[in-house]
Each structure stands twice: as structure tokens, then as C-alpha cells.
Write a protein that binds this ligand. Structure first.
Ligand code: SAM
Length: 249
């Protein structure tokens, strides 16, 4: 499950380069996040009052702000400095409840305090080095603490999307890179976007969680909410997101 160095640095470059466009896209378009991902994540976050929360791969801080607004003390970490600058701006009303950090949550270089979080949220953020990331989560969570982890569903991450949706080898666990303008039918960026990720099967994720001391308390494959626009109806038949809830045993 080792990440491919070139692909992971290409991914960082893309997240950094397209940070402002991604923010604009999320704020001004109807996205799969609105109709599938956010309703599921909010159910899983539950009551946040008084909790210490790590938002791992926070981007512009959608959930950092939400968690702080609902009573949590938040550490918002992203590998991209541009994303953290946006996050600081987007979350400015709650700056007294949020610590902002630039760093790689899947490497040993990020210094996260050990045994200090009640909840780690990693929402569609870590696309490489999953094993190392879960090891860091286990170190930084308090015993009994909860991890809410989501990713693009392996059914999708096994596909080549540069020209329609072409299913490739699901069981080949490796890093993949594609060049596309559209992600899931949405124009995310105006120029070509290189999408890079390491493909993990559902079983890979479960094994990595268990190996790092987690008890899996829930697995979810959410469908669009009933009032979702037509463009998202396809995700009633094909899962777009995969969620795990895990507790540090
Ligand atoms: C698709 S965005 C997800 C944003 C956010 N979690 C949300 O739900 O709105 C992915 C973000 O994860 C960040 N990221 C990816 N790998 C990371 C890593 N290893 N450490 C820290 N941040 C990472 C990217 O820079 C990007 O901002």
C-alpha cells in the first residue's frame, strides 16, 4: 500500500493550484457533496459540543467551521498552504476555536499531539499512504476516540474517467493518475485537472483500520437525498462515496 511519490506530489500540486476554484465550485454549484456526502457526514459527526476535533485535509474548512460553530475546539490541517490560507479566511469568525496547520497528515513530519483528540474527521482528503495516515490517527486520538473517514468509493476509484466511465481492475491496488475536465459530471476547474490517487479496495481500508488498532463501528454507502437534482440520480445505482466510522480500541 505504498504511495507513488510522483503521483502524490502531483496531487498536492493540483490541490494547491486549484484551491480557489475548488472553493468557488463548492460554494456556487450544486455538488455531490451537498446531496450525498454532507448529509451522511453530519449524521456521523453527531453532537460536537466540547469535543477536540482534528479536521485532517480540511481544504477551505467547510467542516472546521461547522465543528467550531457547534461547540468543538478544532485543529485544521492541510498539506496545501493555499488551502489553509483560504480556511483561515472562511473560518475567521471562529478563529479563536481553530488552530490552523500546514502539514501532511499521512507522514511522520506532521506533529500532531498524541492522545489528544476525541474525533478525527478525514473527509475525501487522504488519497495516498492510508496505512500511515491511520497510524497517525491512532496516535493522536484519545483511547475510545472516533474516526470518521470517507473517500471516493472504490467502485469509482477503479474507473478511468477521462473518457466516460470505464471500469478498470478493482483488485489492482496501485496509484493512478488521470487528466480530466469533469469530475463526476461536474466542471470543477476550467483547465485540465490531473486527478491522482492510490486505489484501495474496501477490504484494504478495513484491514488498514484494524491493523492500526481500530474497531469498525459502521460502514456506509450513502445514496443521494430524495430531493437531489436529476444529475445526481445515477448515484442511486452506483455508489460515489464510502464512509467508515471507527473507534480506537
Ligand atoms: C477534496 S478536498 C476535501 C476537503 C475537505 N475535507 C472537505 O470535506 O470539504 C481534499 C483536501 O485534502 C488535502 N490533503 C490531501 N492529502 C493530504 C495529506 N496527506 N495531508 C493533509 N492534507 C491532505 C488536499 O490538499 C485538499 O485540500
Amino acid at each position: 500500500m505504498k504511495a507513488h511519490d510522483n503521483a502524490s506530489s502531483l496531487q498536492l500540486e493540483q490541490f494547491d493550484k486549484h484551491a480557489a476554484q475548488y472553493f468557488h465550485f463548492r460554494m456556487n454549484s450544486q455538488t455531490a457533496n451537498d446531496f450525498i456526502e454532507i448529509p451522511q457526514t453530519l449524521k456521523m459527526l453527531g453532537d460536537l459540543k466540547g469535543l477536540s476535533v482534528l479536521d485532517a485535509g480540511c481544504a477551505f474548512g467547510y467542516y472546521s467551521k461547522y465543528c467550531a460553530m457547534h461547540g468543538a475546539i478544532v485543529t485544521a490541517v492541510d498539506i496545501s498552504r493555499t488551502q489553509i490560507d483560504l480556511c483561515r479566511e472562511y473560518c475567521r469568525e471562529f478563529a479563536d476555536r481553530i488552530e490552523f496547520k500546514v502539514g501532511d497528515v499521512a507522514s511522520d513530519e506532521v506533529v500532531l499531539e498524541e492522545n489528544s483528540f476525541d474525533l478525527v474527521l478525514s473527509n475525501i482528503s487522504v488519497h495516498f499512504s492510508l496505512d500511515a495516515f491511520f497510524r497517525n490517527c491512532a496516535k493522536s486520538l484519545k483511547k475510545g476516540g472516533k474516526l470518521v473517514y470517507s473517500q471516493i468509493h472504490p467502485t469509482f476509484s477503479a474507473c478511468n474517467m477521462s473518457n466516460g466511465l470505464n471500469f478498470e481492475d478493482y483488485f489492482r491496488t496501485d496509484s493512478r493518475t488521470q487528466q480530466t475536465e469533469n469530475i463526476f459530471g461536474n466542471q470543477v476547474v476550467s483547465d485540465k485537472y490531473f486527478w491522482s490517487w492510490n486505489h484501495y479496495t474496501t477490504e484494504d481500508v478495513a484491514i488498514a483500520l484494524r491493523t492500526n488498532g481500530f474497531f469498525i463501528s459502521g460502514i456506509y454507502e450513502p445514496k443521494p437525498v430524495p430531493n437531489a437534482p436529476n444529475q445526481f440520480k445515477i448515484f442511486n445505482r452506483i455508489p460515489l462515496f464510502l464512509f467508515f466510522e471507527a473507534v480506537l480500541a
